[in-house]
Design a protein around this ligand. Structure first.
Ligand SMILES: NC(=O)c1ccc[n+]([C@@H]2O[C@H](COP(=O)([O-])OP(=O)(O)OC[C@H]3O[C@@H](n4cnc5c(N)ncnc54)[C@H](OP(=O)(O)O)[C@@H]3O)[C@@H](O)[C@H]2O)c1
Length: 320
């Protein structure tokens, strides 16, 4: 490390991908209990394109410049006082979580317990497609308690969380139905889906009954909840951003009305969950699906690609 700055991706106003630019900012120092990570790659997530566009401005406020980047892979470059269980040079992955965005940069600092070790032999750029798969583990294993033989419907199956959910659903022994656009039906089959359906060619009512519905889209929850068989569970990880209050209200009211509570959670993964993620990969239940890899200077192009629709897995950005 030859100076105390680093490159990072910033924006000074809400807008399209063109508001993103790369600039030099101070390199962070690890506080006690924190780790400094040299970032090798990160991915672009649905939530951060929404934040950049201003659709979440009620939550994200008016203070600029803002940063992007939610997840990352890299190597541990320095340790704050009192850190145990991680050493300099460890290959790690992590999610900024509720600490905010900022992994689209050469370095990040975060609490040591928010990191996990990347399995040996897994390339750090490819691995950057996987930290968000912790959301799929939580949704299927912990919230839905998916059991072998159950019928699982994954909505948004070709996306960042959805592709991992299809793979894990299959590995956990479920009969997996994947909803995706027509051009991605073969892709979701290669992930392990038993049935692949073009979401624009059928209405929800034609899909049949399911024991678990995992929704990564956030719209139309009412129609998808009707597909639950007795004892079925709906888990959603997204809101309808065009009807935010109604969407939140529907999820809250589901605890008392209709077919079973809609389970919503906001992922905030820590070490134990990253260890579970590493195990899913090492034991062959999950592999990274990288659609395209972009250089840091083209982070805006990666955002543009995600917003254009049709992603197969993840757009990953490599930080040289
Ligand atoms: N609660 C949590 O902890 C948590 C964690 C991670 C993500 N999220 C949220 O979950 C959502 C998905 O995240 P992600 O990173 O997986 O996003 P993503 O990679 O953009 O994937 C979204 C998927 O949804 C599909 N889709 C979009 N609109 C659709 C519609 N109307 N009908 C059916 N499919 C549709 C897209 O398909 P096409 O591109 O083919 O249209 C895409 O495959 C985001 O809102 C994100 O903020 C929440």
């Amino acid at each position: 490390m030859d100076d105390d700055t680093m490159r990072a991706v910033l924006f000074d106003r809400y807008g399209g991908p063109e508001v993103l630019y790369v600039s030099r900012v101070p390199r962070p120092e690890p506080a006690p209990g924190e780790v400094l990570v040299r970032v090798r790659a990160f991915s672009v997530n649905g939530g951060e394109t929404a934040a950049r566009s201003g659709r979440l401005r009620l939550l994200t406020g008016r203070k600029f410049p803002k940063r992007v980047g939610l997840d990352f892979t890299g190597e541990v470059a320095a340790l704050g006082a009192g850190v145990t269980g991680i050493v300099i040079g460890d290959r790690v992955w992590g999610v900024m979580g509720r600490t905010g965005f900022g992994s689209a940069a050469e370095y990040v600092t975060l609490r040591a317990e928010r990191l996990g070790r990347v399995p040996d032999g897994l390339d750090l750029v490819e691995a950057a497609a996987l930290p968000v798969a912790t959301t799929a583990i939580t949704a299927l294993r912990d919230k839905a308690r998916l059991r072998p033989g159950e019928r699982l419907l994954v909505r948004g199956a070709a996306g960042g969380v959805g592709n991992a959910a299809v793979q894990l659903g299959r590995a956990y022994g479920a009969e997996v139905t994947a909803l995706a656009r027509a051009a991605n039906l073969d892709f979701v089959r290669t992930l392990g889906a038993h049935h692949a359906i073009d979401h624009r060619a059928v209405s929800p009512s034609e899909l049949g009954l399911f024991d678990v519905v995992l929704d990564t889209v956030g719209t139309d929850l009412r129609a998808f909840r009707r597909l639950l068989s007795p004892g079925g569970r709906t888990v959603t990880i997204a809101f309808d951003l065009t009807r935010l209050a109604a969407s939140l209200g529907y999820i809250a009211a589901s605890a008392v009305h209709g077919r079973g509570r809609v389970r919503f959670f906001s992922g905030n993964p820590t070490r134990a969950l990253f260890d579970d993620l590493a195990r899913e990969v090492s034991e062959g239940r999950l592999r990274p699906a990288v659609d395209t890899c972009f250089p840091l200077e083209e982070t805006a192009a990666a955002h543009r690609a995600l917003e254009a629709g049709g992603v197969r897995g993840k757009y990953v950005v490599k930080v040289d």
